[in-house]
Design a protein around this ligand. Sequence first.
Ligand code: 2HG
Ligand code: ZN
Length: 461
Amino acid sequence: MTASPLAELARLLPSLQLRTEPADLEHYGRDWTRRWTPAPLAIALPGSIDEVQAIVRWANAHRVALVPSGGRTGLSGGAVAAKGELVVSTERMNRVVGFDAADRILTVQPGIALEAVHNAAREHGLVYPVDFAARGSCAIGGTIATNAGGIRVIRYGNTRSWIAGLKLVTGTGELLDLNRGLVKNSSGYDLRQLVIGAEGTLGIVVEAMLQLTDAPPPSNVMLLALPSFDALMQVFEVLRGKLALSAFEFFTDRALVHVVAHGAQKPFAEDHPYYVVAEFDAHTQGTQDAVLAAFETCVERGLVGDGVIAQSEAQAAALWRLREGITESLARHRPYKNDIAVRIGAMPAFLDETKALLAREYPQFDVVWFGHIGDGNLHINVLKPDALDDAAFVTQCEQVTALLADALQRHGGSISAEHGIGLVKKSYLGSTRSAAEIAMMRGVRQVFDPNGIMNPGKLFD
Ligand code: 2HG
Ligand code: ZN
């Protein structure tokens, strides 16, 4: 690549912020996967939809690959730029565009952080219910690109359920205004839903209409220690029958070891194999009784080893930290991430089988399981042993993922639940989607992006 296409871009758009400093290439070229060496051509920080369109048209003319980039908190390599691409960062497009009270729609630019969306919604007495630990750093555009899930999917569903409309600059530079906030719109293909989860391969989301909803009633949190995964599933059944659950999250003893080593408070004197953080509405007089009844049922059936209910907001936050702090606590072990989904009913068999398989075939690995059990989503992090070099570790982890992919195929699951396919899971896409489906996805991509400039090499080659 010569410098001239970039010089041409600078000439075309004199007010466009373009960065080529090595520190910027390094910073914007990587995401939280940290596996690839960043090597972008340059970083563009457009400030308007017009600038994004002009960049895409320029990229088509010069066949320059573009990597749409938000908070780069992704765990599948979807925002990595390691092959001379132009990173198109939405960082400067981070404003609330407007609020429509009648429709309860907050319109935002794509670079706004999820937490800023939460705060803006709260100012209107409402909530945007998608939530997860990276809320302070991730950008809403990235959550749309991956159809992010998070901790309250059992009540609210994924990002997909909350996007009332979006504006997309397609791979040809066309601006599409999709769905425009309509609740009902039975007028053919819902292109908005195609874009959600497309990992930036169809275009760049330049504006989103977020559906807000009523703030939930006050909640409380309990932490339970459980003797087995089977018990955990039974506890889920009991609790969802007796309480209005908004989250049901789990982690294993290994996750607890790491999160405690990272500064969280050890919750119980004894060790237990499994733990659950359950959040539930706690606004009615009857809740206290229901909680006690649920807890008693679980104890009578021998399902619970120990338990605690938060007595204050600070305690609730401390219990949540045990779950939400896991990713950060594992980061220094350079974990290889797996983010799988199976139907809830298939989870015990999948977990028992794969946990035993991994312990037998890869005893050298510390494998940390945690995730969103209420919606069938398990995070399986394989930690790098100090003795193993990076390349050997990745090779072995890819064998682990191949085993998981095989088990997922048998159990009817998916190789990515909420993190996307990106670069990390690209070679396993065929274990989750049929050849016919992948061929159709390629066809769709061809329509939106005939020159293949949008995030090439992600999702599929
Ligand atoms: C979570 O649920 C995130 O905490 C991150 O999806 C999961 O680090 C992971 O593997
Ligand atoms: Zn998660």
